[in-house]
Design a protein around this ligand. Structure first.
Ligand code: UT7
Length: 306
């Protein structure tokens, strides 16, 4: 008895912005961005609402359901379109659902926080949860600041999580937060993102390694059992450092930041989509899904596909 992931979908703007295009207006280069981050291009456009609705429709169809079958909508976002109402409410209306709808914000860890919240809802009687990660970070980036502008992109990913009486895909989870680190990555009202990149980097590696170890210990498995690692897509050097410390070969990591950049709460569901399309998600195998973000927050889960 437990939780099953039954459908996935994505929503991406059409417009691709390459590193070369950014270097026309910023003192930067494709070489610097690719070498220091792994990012080569990102998608820009749409709104948190429009991208989220697109991903939501695709996930519901992929699960073989209709919007009327959804009992709860959770939207993980750092960039809601408005202060009120919640962007989840507007997506609910756009897709033609009638259930409860709520935004959650744990920055880039938001989707994995959402997985845990959805699990709690399902364990207490909610049958089907639509979990969306959607971000329009381009609206909150200082396009004159090369230290942050080159990192972020827009996009959305969604999944349907359902109660199952025969199986459980979500084996363990670890969530954490250190609100004392709020100032190292922050965005005030009517402002843009500011970041102490090196400090975020240092803390991120520590947080994802420790929480991954904790999630594996709770699941009773070791790094050797991990067939697939789905990390938050911020910097390929963070993913490499994490893989090294956990002794998980880099070939097992899913990388999407080269084409989408850092899409915050959307990065993990977008990576799930790529992993699925590449045929890398296999029944019975363990995946480590792990992220970190502003807060600072972090979250790791062990998933075994049924
Ligand atoms: O979802 C969570 C979000 N954030 C993160 O995960 C960010 C974590 N941090 C990082 O990914 C890296 O720290 C960055 C990619 C942000 C920066 O890379 P770095 O290797 O830590 O570079 P740095 O900050 O030490 O800067 C090195 C140099 C500096 O020049 P000087 O002072 O040595 O002359 C920067 O001004 O690189 C310069 N620089 C750039 N140069 C060209 C910074 N950004 C750029 C740029 N293009 N875009």
């Amino acid at each position: 008895m437990g939780v099953r992931f039954t459908g996935w979908g994505i929503g991406l703007p059409e417009r691709i912005v390459t590193n070369d295009e950014l270097s026309l207006t910023l003192e930067t280069s494709d070489e610097w961005i690719a070498e220091r981050t792994g990012i080569r291009e990102r998608r820009i456009g749409g709104t948190t609402r429009s991208l989220g609705a697109e991903a939501a429709r695709a996930a519901i169809a992929d699960a073989g359901l209709t919007p009327a079958d959804i009992d709860f909508i959770l939207l993980a976002t750092t960039t809601p379109d408005r202060m009120a109402p919640a962007t989840a409410a507007m997506i609910q209306s756009d897709i033609g659902a009638t259930c409860a709808a709520l935004d959650i914000n744990a920055a880039c860890s938001g989707f994995m926080y959402g997985v845990r919240v959805a699990q709690g809802l399902i364990e207490t009687g909610t049958r089907r949860v639509l979990l969306i990660g959607s971000e329009q970070l381009s609206g909150w980036v200082d396009w004159t600041d090369r230290r942050t502008a080159v990192l972020f992109g827009d996009g959305a990913g969604a999944c349907v999580m359902e109660f199952s009486s025969v199986t459980n895909d979500l084996i363990s989870s670890t969530l954490g937060c250190d609100g004392g680190a709020a100032e190292i990555l922050s965005c005030h009202h009517n402002a843009t993102f500011t970041m102490d990149g090196q400090e975020v980097f240092r803390r991120a590696v520590r947080a994802v390694v420790e929480s991954s170890e904790d999630a594996m210990a709770k699941a009773g498995i070791t790094a050797d059992d991990i067939a697939l690692m789905i990390p938050h897509q911020a910097n390929v050097r963070i993913i490499q450092a994490m893989a090294d410390r956990l002794s998980i070969p880099m070939e097992r990591a899913v990388i999407t930041l080269d084409r989408y950049g850092n899409t915050s709460a959307s990065s993990i569901p977008l990576a799930f989509d790529i992993a699925r399309k590449e045929g890398r998600i296999k029944p019975g195998e363990y995946a480590l899904v792990t992220g970190f973000g502003a807060g600072m927050t972090w979250a790791s889960s062990i998933i075994r596909w049924s």
